[in-house]
Design a protein around this ligand. Sequence first.
Ligand code: DGJ
Length: 718
Amino acid sequence: MRQKLFAIFMITLLFLCAVESQATTIRISTDQTELILQTAPDGRLYQSYFGDCLKNEAEIANIKSHGWEVYMGSGYEDYFEPALGIIHNDGNRCTVLHYVSHEQKNVTEGTETTIHLRDDVYPINVTLHYLAYAKENVIKTWSDISHREKKAITLFRYASTMLYFSDSKYFLTEFSGDWAKEAKMSSQQLQFGKKILDTKLGSRAAMHVSPFFELGLNAPVQENQGDVLLGTLGWTGNFRFTFEVDNVGNLRVIPAINPFASDYSLEPGTTFTTPEFIFTLSHHGSGEASRMMHSWARRYQVKKGNGSRMTLLNNWENTYFDFNEEILGHCMNEAKDLGVDLFLLDDGWFGNKYPRNNDHAGLGDWEAMKSKLPNGVSGLVAKAKDAGVKFGIWIEPEMVNPKSELFEKHPDWAIRLPNRQTYYYRNQLVLDMSNPKVQDYVFGIVDRLMTENKGLAFFKWDCNSPITNIYSPYLKEKQGNLYINHVRGVYNVFKRVKAKYPDLPLMMCSGGGARCDYEALKYFTEFWASDDTDPVERLYIQWGFLQVFPAKVLCAHVTNWNHVASVKFRTDVASMCKLGFDIGLKEMSKNELEYCREAVANYKRLEPTILDGDLYRLVSPYDCNHMSVMYVDANKLKAVLFCYDLHPRFNETLYPVKLYGLDADKKYKVKEINLMPGEKSNLSDQNKVLSGDYLMKVGLDGFTTRDMNSRVIELTAE
Ligand code: DGJ
C-alpha cells in the first residue's frame, strides 16, 4: 500500500514538474522597467515581477509566485477587489480566466504584447494589451472583453489592468481640488484596506480629483530620489483608482472606468474596450517620472505633440459677454500689438432667437448673433486677417440651454429625467452623446464653422456641465450604459474632427481644467488648466499638472486676477507653460505693455526649450515661499530658469537655487531676461559665464524677499 501511495505521489510530482516547466513567461519590457507575467500549473496568468529589467533570463523561473492574478475575475478564491465582474446569462457572478496564447512583436515604439485569456466554463474572452515604449520607459495597457453567451451579459467590473506591489510602505500622492483649485497635491500613507479616488461627473474626468496619481514605494514621493509609479487613465469620464492593501501588506492598484451606476450590458459578439492606463516607474523620483511621461506624450500621444504652439490673446476675462464687432476689432489690433499669433473669441458670439448674452440662453444655436456680429464669423476671420493675426473661436457643442432653438426642436437630445424636476448646472444640460444623431449634430457644428469660414485657425472646446439628471431618452432600458456610451460618443466626434482636420489646433476646456486626460489629448493640442489665473494660485496648479503633462499642453494666460501682482510676475508665471493673454491692453501702462511685447518675443525665441525641453522642478511651493523650475533642451545648449517669490517672510533666509540637467563640462552664459523697461538685473551672477558643474553644485541666487517677484534667467552654452 505504502509503495502504491509513493508511486502515486511520484507520478503527481512529475506531472506537476512537467506542467511547471511548461510555464509560459511573458516579459513586457522598456529599456529600464519590466513587468513579468507567468502562467501557473492551474493554467492561469500571474504577475511575478515588476521592477528594473532583469539581466538573467534563466533566473526568472526562480521568482516565487505571490498568487497575483493578472486580470482577476470575481467570485472565486480571492477576497479582495477584482479586475473583472460579470453576471452571466444564468445569473452566476463568477469568472475565472485561463491563459490561451499570446503574441509579442517589435514596433517602432518598443514592443506590443497581446495576451488571450478565456473562461473555462463560460464563453468569455479577454484580451490584454501592453504597449511598452522602450526609450521613454512608459507602458500603456488596456483590455478587451467579449463573449458568446446567448444574451447580453452584465459587466459590473471592467478594470483596464491590475498591478501588484510588495513593499514595506506605500505613499499615495493625489491631485484633488475643485473648480479654480485644480490638481492640488497631498500625500498619505496607505494602510490596510482600500483608498479609492473616483469621480462621477460623466462629461469629464475631473473636478474634485484628477485622473492621475503618484505612488511612492517604501517612502513618500520625492522629486529626485526613490521609487515612484506615476499612473494615469485616459478616460474623459467617470474614473476610479482603487488602491487596496491586503492582509499581508501587498498592494494592488486597479485603474478603471468607475462602475458607479454603470452595470454595463454587453451584447454577444461585441467587444468592451477599456481605457488605456499609462504608467512609468522611476527609481529617481517623480522628477524623472514626469520627464519620461512628458517626452512620451509629446512624441506619441498628444495631437501635434511635436509641433509648435500659438501664443494668443483671448477676450473672456476682458469683455465676458459684452462685445461687438468693433470691440473685437480692437482686441485683434491689440493681439497684433502684443506680438501674439492669434486672437481667440470666447463665449457669447451666437444665438439669435435666444441671444447668448449671459449663460442662461443660446447654447445649441451656433449661428453668429446678428446684433453683435452683423458680418458673422467670416467677417471676424477677415478682420483678424487685416489686423495680421489668426482667428480662433470658442464652442461648447455638447451642451444645450433649455432656452434655445435646439432644445425646442430636440428636447429628447438632452440627458434629463422624464419624471422629476430638472436640475440645472450653469443653466444648461448635457446632450446625449450616446445617440448617433447627436454625435452627427456635434460634429456638424465644427465642420460647418470650418467649411463656412476658411481661415478659422483654432478652437477652444468647452464643457462646463457635468452630467446631471442621469437618464438617456435614447438608451431607454439600458441606462447602465449611459456614462460609458456617452464618453464613447464624445470620442466618435473627436475622431471625426481629427480625421477631417488633422492639423487644426484645439484647446480643450471644461469649466477650467476638468478635462485633463491623455485620451482626449489625442485629439487636442492643449488644455485650459484652470479658471483661476491668480498667479500665485497658478503656480501650485501648474506645479500639479506638470507632474503628468508637458508644459506644451498647459494653457496659461495673463489676466487681471490678482492685479496686486505686477504684470511682469503674472506674465512670468504664464511663460513657464503655454503662454497666452486674456486681458485688455488699455489696462496696462506703457512700460507694462513694452515689457509684455518683449516677454512674448523672448517666449517665442525660447519656445523650443520651454515647450520641448526637459523639465526640472527645483524648488516646490509646497515646501517654502518660493518656487523654481527650469527647462533644458535635448543637447543641453540652452536652458531657461524660472524663479518665483510667493509671499516671503520679512528677513527670510534665502538659499541658492541649484540647477539640474545641465552638462557639467559646458560653460553657460547667465542672463536674466524679461526685465521691465529700463530696469537692470540685480542678479549677482548676471552676464557671468559659469560651468554646468558650478551651476548644479553651487547654484544661483534666484530668489528675493520681495512679495510676488519673479526672475527669468536664460542660460546659453558658449
Ligand atoms: C469656462 C472656461 O473655463 C472659461 O475660460 C470661459 O471659456 C467660460 N467657460 C465661458 O463660458
